[in-house]
Design a protein around this ligand. Structure first.
Ligand code: HEC
Length: 377
């Protein structure tokens, strides 16, 4: 252990010396003002000239070094997290302390240059940048592709009382695609049917299981925009007689768009249709808009993302009127690595004369690619 620590401090001391002497002998050596120059001076002793990480023998410790040429890992990390790790050292995002803090040794611009060089190791533009990935709203689907597990729970706080839960598993395929599996559970407090004393009361069970595929159609880091198409098939696994499912296969194609607004604001927009395989229930159009802003606690701490969603849908038939809901909410990251988050929302029906109820919702989110549930705290 002592050897490992020593190894780290020797490298740091050497680096400080190198940087110091560079500053003193101004002009005599190449100044640290290009991505490659900063990276070579400060990072390549561990991460290697090729970004794959030097061997254990070379670095003198056996914590695995990341492979920055691996696009699936390297592209999903937003600059903000890499900047935090470079500035404060590994532990700020739940990584090992052998990733040193450069906050004192390098200027903020130099750290940004080093990260810019790290970004060049995955030379494949097909992978959407993690900078386009924003906080997940409760109801609107994001355009970014994820390896994620989300458990959602909702409850109606007015009569008729009902509870909803949903397990969502998302897994990325290649640069731009994602598969998803949604397993819902519902409990409803049914109204008794007149003349049937045994009817009514709580009933519950599994709902309509859905599978889907998402594909990123466009990802433009320069404008902060990402557009994806999602195709979902909802299967009639829920008991329609007990209001737990629709009773028919439903096809749900949607388009979803994400847009950064300034340094910390963002918007998600989803438009789509629910097309049942049979005529009853009818086809529905849906639209969901989420606007949010991410505040960081301190410079590198927990992320708080308040959001507001406007949700609408309408049956495609003559004389139909749209349903509108408003859903104010907040998402909070829990782990230092930011891969575990919690969100709380309320969903309020808006149009007059509706028979829908106010609901409270919560989700627990785990980006499992970034670490186990117990890792990264
Ligand atoms: C003393 C060796 C060492 C030096 C020098 C070093 N790193 Fe690291 N770095 C590590 C180790 C070890 C890890 C892996 C930590 C872990 O996985 O727990 C790491 C991880 C990282 C990560 C986290 C990747 C992720 O998983 O999200 C980033 C980003 C990073 N380093 C950037 C840099 C930059 C930029 C520099 C130069 C300014 C640099 N490192 C210099 C050892 C080093």
């Amino acid at each position: 252990m002592r050897n490992i620590l020593l190894g780290g401090s020797v490298i740091l001391a050497a680096l400080t010396l190198a940087l110091g002497s560079r500053a003193e002998t101004e002009g005599a050596q190449r100044p640290l003002d290009t991505p490659l120059a900063v990276y070579s001076a400060a990072c390549s002793s561990c991460h290697g000239d090729d970004g794959r990480g030097r061997s254990r023998e070379r670095v003198g410790f056996d914590v695995g070094l990341p492979d920055f040429t691996d696009c699936t890992f390297a592209t999903r990390e937003p600059d903000g997290d890499w900047f935090a790790v470079t500035h404060q050292g590994g532990p700020i995002r739940g990584f090992d302390h052998r990733m040193p803090a450069f906050g004192e040794a390098l200027s903020e611009d130099q750290m940004r240059l080093a990260i810019e060089h790290v970004r060049t190791f995955c030379g494949d533009d097909a992978w959407p940048s993690g900078n386009l990935n924003q906080a997940r709203p409760m109801f609107t689907e994001k355009a970014f592709v994820e390896d994620e597990f989300v458990f959602t729970f909702g409850a109606a706080v007015q009569e008729p009382y009902a509870v909803d839960a949903e397990l969502l598993l998302e897994t990325r395929i290649g640069a731009r695609s994602q598969l998803e599996l949604i397993v819902p559970f519902a409990g409803v407090d049914l109204e008794p049917v007149e003349g049937d004393p045994g009817s009514g009361g709580w009933t519950g069970g599994i709902g309509d299981i859905a599978v889907g595929v998402k594909h990123v159609l466009l990802a433009a880091e320069s404008t902060g925009s990402i557009l994806s198409a999602i195709a979902e098939i909802i299967t009639p696994t829920g008991d329609a007689d007990r209001d737990l499912g629709k009773g028919v296969f439903v096809f749900e194609p949607t388009l979803t768009f994400g847009q950064l607004l300034g340094p910390a604001g963002f918007l998600h927009l989803q438009l789509g249709m629910e097309v049942p395989a049979e005529n009853d229930p009818g086809t529905e159009a849906l639209w969901r808009l989420a606007y949010g802003y991410t505040f960081t606690q301190g410079m590198f701490g927990r992320a708080w993302s308040p959001m507001i969603e406007v949700l609408g849908n309408i049956d495609i038939e003559e004389g139909a009127t749209p349903h509108w809901d408003l859903a104010p909410q907040i998402q909070i990251t829990l782990s230092a690595r930011q891969h575990i988050a919690l969100a709380l929302a309320t969903r309020i029906p808006l149009e007059p004369g509706h028979d829908r109820t106010i609901g409270v919702w919560a989700y627990f989110l785990w980006e499992w690619f970034d670490g186990g549930l117990a890792e990264g705290w």
